[in-house]
Write a protein that binds this ligand. Structure first.
Ligand code: SAM
Length: 199
């Protein structure tokens, strides 16, 4: 099944599968990026992070493989009088021609063999001093029941990030957190959190 079909199916069943509040870790970095202007959300789904960052004055674009998710994001952004650019696309086909001050991703489940290319494109798409900020499920999440794929190939390790982004400063951690994100993520979880700055 394609990513589009899988996620369209999930996002068609409820209003907002991961709720409408932004991911707590991404939102906590607002102060860090207060002087930044442009922000790109990867695998943004129904748009909870995009809406939050646009409400806080950033010029936001969002890419996702689910047209159902992005339609909800477009609707909410209209209701809130925000101007968010949505791009319906599989990230494996992203050409990454534009540069951004900040790129964010929460729970983007890319397959292991897709990460080398994607992470290169992220690094190349950041302006100097720009940030990549993300939260991902760790491979250890397999022992938790709070959400996420039950497939090791879609889960992350710290090494995924430490061995890449070679021209960047990196702050990487693996943490046990308590998630309260819609019906999709509820309870104790093991996550990888990254703040990566291009130098
Ligand atoms: C777990 S959801 C998270 C959605 C959103 N980031 C959030 O936290 O609410 C994963 C999202 O990544 C998107 N996605 C997964 N693989 C993708 C790919 N190859 N290209 C573009 N989007 C992808 C899905 O469509 C889905 O919206």
């Amino acid at each position: 099944m394609s990513q589009q079909m899988f996620w369209n199916n999930k996002f068609s069943k409820v209003d907002y599968f991961y709720g409408t509040k932004p991911n707590e870790f991404l939102a906590s970095k607002l102060d860090l990026i207060k002087d930044k202007k442009t922000l790109l959300c990867l695998g943004e789904g129904e748009g909870r992070n995009a809406i939050f960052f646009a409400q806080n004055g950033l010029e936001v674009s969002a890419i996702d493989a689910s047209d159902v998710g992005l339609a909800k994001l477009d609707l909410k952004s209209k209701e809130e009088n925000l101007d968010i650019k949505t791009i319906f696309m599989d990230l494996n086909h992203w050409e990454a021609k534009e540069k951004y001050d900040v790129i964010v991703a929460s729970y983007l489940h890319m397959f292991e063999n897709e990460r080398e290319e994607l992470f290169k494109k992220i690094e190349n798409s950041l302006n100097k001093d720009g940030y990549f900020i993300g939260e991902f499920f760790s491979k250890k999440q397999l022992s938790y029941e709070s959400g996420g794929p039950k497939d090791l190939d879609l889960l992350y390790s710290l090494e995924d990030f430490s061995k890449r982004f070679t021209n960047c400063k990196k702050n990487l951690s693996e943490e046990i957190v308590t998630l309260d994100e819609g019906i999709g993520h509820q309870g104790e979880a093991c996550v990888i959190r990254v703040v990566i700055q291009k130098v």
